[in-house]
Write a protein that binds this ligand. Structure first.
Ligand code: ADP
Length: 494
């Protein structure tokens, strides 16, 4: 069993320490909570305090909403080219400062520095993409059934948007939402996850440097007041839309709360991704895909493979090759250059994966590698075999580094198993049979399918789920529509 643990820790150094901002950001000003309250942010690798940020409450959030509302008209009335230029300036700022941004990300989230750098670059692609998309928000002219009449469809920004984001991709989940909203002409109030506020605040600092007008981007930080702050965002009449990425439970609550004002809402929620390897697959590439899909961000991703189904004739071989690859991982502090995989975010996450492994083992699963925690928030990447549908992992998103391998016999059988979930975010499969590729891609009840690939995220493609995995799409040519209202103008007397 692997016990690889990297220990050489270089303390993080900033080229530009002013990116490590410790106040909230409202109306282009760095502000504290009106109450003066703060909360501590913890480094998941060392469990030391990184710093404190404002613990804001409803009063503060109202200030941020007011600022975003005051800024809206002017921002919406800029030309698309103007907004494009602001976003491109921000894109350049992000790339120029990518090393410091990655340092902040590793510090607060724990992922390896290389993974953080990857996230910053990935996040920047959305800023560039939506800068370009802002110039293509085309309307329509529709043939009218009446004489001397024209039907015109215009696209208008929705208004002030409340964005609530998670800790697993503290930078990219923000840029993916914010750049689409800003490109459409909306202004935003961002509420980052309490665990990872610094990545959001660094982006705010870069927004100032990119010349964004005041009030267009606001960032509020809160931890223990989140319920009231969330309720305020959902019920405040000046907020016209909520865009949320996070757990299904909170997503459903936000939708319920938003019903009082019939607020437009986009939700990127949990998944329970099936990852199927048929016996005609290229096993090497399936192992590689499974590694990327399962262990990126230590499995703390909503599109991570949760249930890995392997056809019986290749099951043993796939399992041993996967475990072999996992044995090469170096778990450790993200700043150690040898580290390939960092810690989990906190003890709650460690307890959850521990419970999942214990439940599976008690019901007959076998641990091929890993299966235990190290110290603190570190958990060894794990491969479990002999999984059955009675085990908790089958129905609960594990959100951790547990590759759970199920054996199946036929395509029909595995399709029923794969679709037997209320969630429908991502699904993956490996096969070299072209007929099967079309058939299975079509039948998987998910919003995104990876065929012979374990990596499906990019700014060009629409990201989002069906069933209880969410509403709306992010990225791609569709992503901007989530921040737009259609207005039909009927022009008569022509
Ligand atoms: P996790 O359990 O992984 O942290 P959550 O869904 O709780 O996932 O968190 C995702 C985001 O939702 C975070 O920014 C968090 O602060 C926020 N959040 C949690 N509870 C609420 C709530 N009641 N209202 C609004 N936002 C919330």
């Amino acid at each position: 069993m692997s016990r690889n643990f990297a220990t050489e820790i270089k303390s993080p150094k900033f080229k530009d320490p002013s990116l490590f901002c410790k106040s909230a950001f409202i109306n282009n000003e760095w502000v504290n909570a009106k109450s003066g309250e703060t909360y501590s942010v913890i480094d998941p690798a060392t469990e030391n305090e990184i710093g404190k940020v404002p613990e804001m409450n409803v009063e503060d959030i109202r200030e941020a909403i007011k600022a975003a509302k005051s800024a809206f008209k002017e921002w919406a009335n800029l030309t698309a080219k103007n907004r494009h230029d602001f976003l491109l300036a921000l894109h350049s700022q992000i790339l120029e400062n990518q090393n410091d941004l990655a340092t902040i990300l590793t510090l607060e989230n724990g992922k390896s520095y290389n993974e953080s750098l990857g996230e910053i670059r990935y996040g920047a692609t959305f800023v560039e993409w939506f800068a370009q998309e802002s110039r293509r928000v085309y309307g329509d002219v529709i043939p009218s059934p009446f004489k001397n009449h024209k039907i015109i469809v215009e696209k208008q920004p929705i208004g002030v948007v409340g964005l609530i984001t998670p800790w697993n991709f503290p930078s990219a989940m923000i840029t993916r939402k914010v750049s689409a909203a800003l490109a459409a002409g909306c202004t935003v109030v961002i509420k980052p996850a309490p665990e990872t506020p610094y990545s959001a605040l660094a982006l705010a600092e870069l927004a100032i440097r990119s010349g964004f007008p005041k009030g267009v981007i606001n960032v509020v930080t809160t931890d223990k007041h989140i319920k009231e702050v969330g309720l305020e965002l959902c019920t405040n009449l000046d907020v016209k839309k909520i865009s949320f990425t996070g757990s299904s439970a909170v997503g459903k609550l936000l939708m319920e709360q938003s019903s009082s004002t019939l607020k437009n809402i986009s939700l990127e929620l949990g998944g329970n991704a099936p990852f199927i390897i048929f016996d005609d697959a290229d096993i090497d590439s399936a192992v590689e895909g499974a590694i990327a899909c399962k262990f990126r961000a230590m499995g703390q991703a909503c599109i991570a493979a949760n249930r890995i189904y392997v056809q019986s004739s290749i099951y043993a071989e796939f399992a041993s090759r996967l475990a072999d690859k996992v044995s090469g991982f170096q778990v450790g502090n993200g700043f150690d250059p040898k580290t390939t995989h960092g810690p989990l975010i906190n003890q709650r996450a460690v307890n959850k994966v521990t419970r999942h492994v214990e439940d599976a083992v008690a019901k007959g699963a076998e641990i091929l590698i890993g299966g235990t925690k190290h110290t603190g928030n570190f958990f060894y990447p794990t491969v479990l075999t002999n999984m059955t549908k009675e085990m908790v992992i089958t129905s609960e998103e594990t959100f951790g580094p547990i590759a759970a391998l199920y054996k199946f016999e036929t395509e029909d059988e595995v399709m029923k198993l794969a679709n037997d979930s209320p969630y429908g975010l991502a699904g993956y499969f490996y096969s070299r049979d072209i007929g099967r590729c079309w058939r299975v891609a079509n039948a998987l009840e998910v919003g995104m399918v990876g065929v012979n690939t374990g990596i499906i995220h990019n700014c060009e493609a629409p990201f989002g789920g069906i069933k209880e995995s969410g509403l709306g799409r992010e990225g791609s040519k569709y992503g901007i529509d989530d921040f737009i209202d259609l207005k039909y103008v009927s022009m008569g007397g022509l």
